[in-house]
Design a protein around this ligand. Structure first.
Ligand code: SAM
Length: 326
């Protein structure tokens, strides 16, 4: 163990952001994320209980983590999520609890989540065309997602970010329409496909580089003006107001500024999404580890966080995205 435990890694990166997958289960089967039959869900006893997540976040906060994002699987399929949000938002040091969701269950939960202290939501939205949306998600209904987005807005979970993964021959011709939503106050982000999970690699040939997406947006809406780098996203202003961001994990990795680590649904600390390195937290938790001991494990993860994942065909596919938490 290091003499001083903190959130600074070997490369001078400060880890302030924890993404927590609260479930490996999902009510969608997105074509690039899961096989049609789904993946075998882990038994409940393997999934972290809410109180275990709270203990991990308390330990992380003691090291300097300030922001928590709940993800999955689909986080809203897990019962009682507002209760978890309330507890996490109350942890000293945690400044912001946010959520990434497919939006399908948001209509019924947005108000309770906002009351519990959720700050904002990111909604994954790969198409604005109902039939295509259904084909991509296999189980999703676009109208449910829009109802969820409206409810999130009404509950004050703003600004709402809309994330789209662009795939060739699937939805590439919608990038202008999706970007145009920025004029309605949404933050639009295009995410490059990444080689992850069991079905992920089948989509390799459909990869569309961020540069190409940006060129398509400019062709449709006019020149973009660089605004800022925001985490992994390069954000640009649109000519008629609003902004759009591009997350280019594959074509231009952003390891140098990476400030995040992940907790998988089954309680492993994963310092880098694209490296198979994991440290188990669940067993220590269940055998009575103290907050200091948990913090020491987290500090070890920070210490071992890799640099330059070099996403390539050789990237190990040890886990589904739904388990790690996208
Ligand atoms: N169910 C929630 C949702 O839909 O946002 C959270 C989990 S989902 C795995 C998180 C994000 O990962 C989604 O925006 C999804 O599009 C993205 N994703 C899944 N597989 C991906 C891949 N191979 N490359 C890039 N993004 C991917």
């Amino acid at each position: 163990m290091r003499w001083e435990m903190d959130n600074l890694d070997r490369f001078g990166r400060r880890i302030t952001y924890l993404r927590v997958s609260v479930t490996d289960r999902c009510n969608f089967r997105c074509i690039y994320c899961m096989p049609p039959q789904g993946v075998p869900w882990r038994p409940h006893r393997e999934i972290l209980r809410y109180e275990e997540i709270v203990r991990i976040v308390e330990a992380a906060a003691s090291l300097g983590v300030r922001k928590v994002r709940l993800t999955g699987g689909e986080p809203l399929v897990r019962k009682g999520l507002p209760g978890l949000v309330r507890e996490l938002a109350g942890i000293p040091g945690i400044e912001e609890v946010v959520l990434t969701t497919n939006g399908s269950l948001l209509a019924e939960q947005a108000a309770a989540l906002a009351r519990a202290g959720l700050a904002r939501v990111n909604v994954s939205l790969d198409s604005l065309r109902p039939e295509r949306f259904h084909r991509i998600t296999r189980l999703g209904r676009l109208e449910d997602v829009w109802a969820g987005i409206r409810a999130a807005r009404a509950a004050g979970l703003v600004p709402i970010r809309l994330n789209a993964v662009v795939l060739r021959g699937v939805n590439e011709n919608e990038v202008v329409d999706i970007t145009a939503l920025a004029r309605q106050g949404f933050q639009v982000r295009f995410i490059e496909w990444m080689p992850l999970g069991s079905v992920g690699m089948e989509f390799r040939e459909r990869f569309v580089p961020g540069e190409e997406i940006r060129a398509r947006v400019e062709e449709g809406l006019g020149p973009l003006t660089p605004l800022r780098e925001e985490g992994p996203a390069r954000v640009y202003a649109l000519p008629d107001g609003g902004e759009v961001g591009f997350i280019t994990a594959f074509s231009a990795p952003f390891c140098a500024t990476c400030n995040r680590m992940r907790i998988t649904a089954d309680g492993k600390l994963r310092p880098c999404l694209l490296s198979p390195l994991e440290l188990d937290l669940r067993e220590p938790l269940r055998s009575g580890a103290t907050r200091e001991e948990l913090a020491a494990l987290l500090a070890q993860g920070i210490e071992r966080k890799p640099f330059a994942h070099g996403v390539a065909a050789e990237t190990p596919h040890d886990r589904e995205m739904s388990e790690i938490g996208g």
